[in-house]
Design a protein around this ligand. Structure first.
Ligand code: UGA
Length: 434
């Protein structure tokens, strides 16, 4: 099939490369000329395992191309995916100006029947507005369908998630759109849920909100564990073996970050409010997530007392491992809070140091590896659980640190092993061992 993806950001690029890999002819379009010329040169703007190789292979086979000509991309495709950003506005609403702009562009350039698919995360009823916008600006009476096909990719695992999804959700209003999209996804052999557009839009916000709820639930429970001297990882295991609950997304830590959960929760809370429902449960989820960073900071202060002029080593800056994404990363808020107390910070991340902005960089020393961050530090913080931190030489770490104190925001290590190795090891909700 001929597919165009409008918006060559994270979702757009992964979706485009994967559809090309499945044998479709794909055009990825974006109005960012710099990004498109870089992509044409083979420079991939994001770090995602396997993406570069997939883009190279499919560009070579002429199944994948990049363009700034949105009109041309509209004309050449049978299926058009909207994958433009929907960032949060000040009031928490999703900013849908990109979606509206593309909808008008499609209306003006539409030359034959198209299925226009929302891929970006959008509030419920956006499909209705996309349809209305295209009807308003399209003058030639050509038929089209709007559909919703939310994306469930996780950064760092995106290619695998695309190729082996738990489910594919398709929201449609016509048999023609349904058949087109079911056919497109057939090679993946995954369960397909076909529904109306509004339900599909809701499935996306509901899924992200539910996952965020699991995280905040386990983080709240971790605070109780610390108070009574229990171990959150054992509690999560005991709960998670119940198939109705499941172990996934029950890892306590310093709270969720990234470009999706915080933004999507805000948007879902706001849209619910507009619809006349006060989604208090999600407000509590958000609140727990915000205060989880304070909980971590309190642990640091409990051990170090005065932070002024103390040196703190930080391992991991990205919002989670295997990505260079630092959007809404808990590390940023933690660094700012430590700096405000006068601490000196030495940080190391395998991938995203270059992405830290000037303001955060001030007073921050980047290190060439994890050991460098340990050298002369009063304490070592684990902020992102990159695999390479799991295999450190702890005898060396101990020698390099000024005192053997590790405060682990991701519960990466076994507290017993750390204790035996001579560390004062503090985790999240692991009071049993402290
Ligand atoms: C999330 C969803 O998992 C995807 O299904 C969805 O497609 C995507 O948002 C999106 O809407 O685009 P992502 O933000 O890439 O994916 O990352 P996750 O793996 O879900 O992690 C989000 C945050 O939760 C990270 O900061 C992670 O450290 C944290 N987390 C996750 C925990 O603190 N504990 C857990 O048990 C799991």
């Amino acid at each position: 099939m001929h597919i165009s993806i409008i918006g060559s950001g994270y979702v757009g690029l992964v979706t485009g490369a994967c559809f090309a890999e499945l044998g479709n002819i794909v055009t990825c379009a974006d109005n960012d000329t710099k990004k498109i010329s870089e992509l044409k040169r083979g420079a991939i703007p994001i770090y995602e395992p396997g993406l570069k190789e997939l883009i190279f292979a499919n560009t070579r086979k002429k199944r994948l191309k990049f363009t700034t000509d949105i009109g041309g991309a509209v004309k050449s495709a049978e299926i058009i995916f909207l994958a433009v950003g929907t960032p949060a506005l000040e009031n928490g609403d999703a900013d849908l100006t990109g979606i509206e702009h593309v909808a008008r562009n499609i209306a003006i350039n539409m030359n034959s029947y198209k299925v226009i698919v929302e891929k970006s995360t959008v509030p419920v009823e956006t499909g209705k507005w996309v349809k209305h916008t295209i009807e308003t600006y399209h003058k030639r009476g050509i038929k089209f369908d709007v559909a919703s096909n939310p994306e469930f990719l996780k950064e760092g695992r995106a290619i695998n998630d695309f190729m082996h999804p738990d489910r594919i959700v398709i929201g449609v209003e016509s048999k023609k759109a349904r058949d087109t999209l079911v056919n497109l996804y057939k090679p993946l052999n995954a369960p397909i849920v076909v529904t109306d557009i509004k339900s599909a839009e809701l499935i996306k916000h509901a899924s992200n909100s539910f996952l965020a709820t699991k995280i905040s639930f386990i983080n709240a429970l971790a605070r109780i564990c610390d108070k009574v001297g229990a171990d959150i990882t054992e509690v999560a295991m005991g709960m998670g073996l119940d198939k109705r609950i499941g172990r996934a997304f029950l890892n306590a830590g310093i709270g969720y970050g990234g470009s999706c959960f915080p933004k999507d929760l805000d948007a879902f809370i706001t849209i619910s409010e507009k619809l006349g429902y006060n989604f208090e449960l999600l407000k509590a989820v958000r609140d727990i997530n915000e205060t989880q960073k304070d909980f971590f900071l309190e642990k640091i202060k409990e051990k170090l007392w005065i932070l002024k002029d103390k040196t703190i080593g930080i391992l991991g800056l990205s919002f989670k491992p295997d990505t260079d994404d630092i959007r809404n990363a808990p590390s940023i808020a933690i660094i700012e809070a430590l700096k405000a107390e006068g601490a000196k910070i030495k940080a190391y991340d395998p991938c995203c140091m270059a992405k830290i902005n000037k303001e955060v960089r001030k007073g921050l020393k980047f290190c060439k590896d994890a050991y460098e961050a340990c050298r002369g530090s009063d304490c070592l913080l684990i902020v992102t659980e990159w695999d390479e931190f799991k295999e450190l030489d702890f005898a060396k770490v101990k020698k390099l640190l000024k005192r053997p104190l590790i405060i682990d925001g991701r519960n990466v290590y076994d507290p017993q092993v750390m204790k035996k190795s001579g560390f004062n090891y503090i985790g999240i909700g692991r009071g049993k061992h402290e």
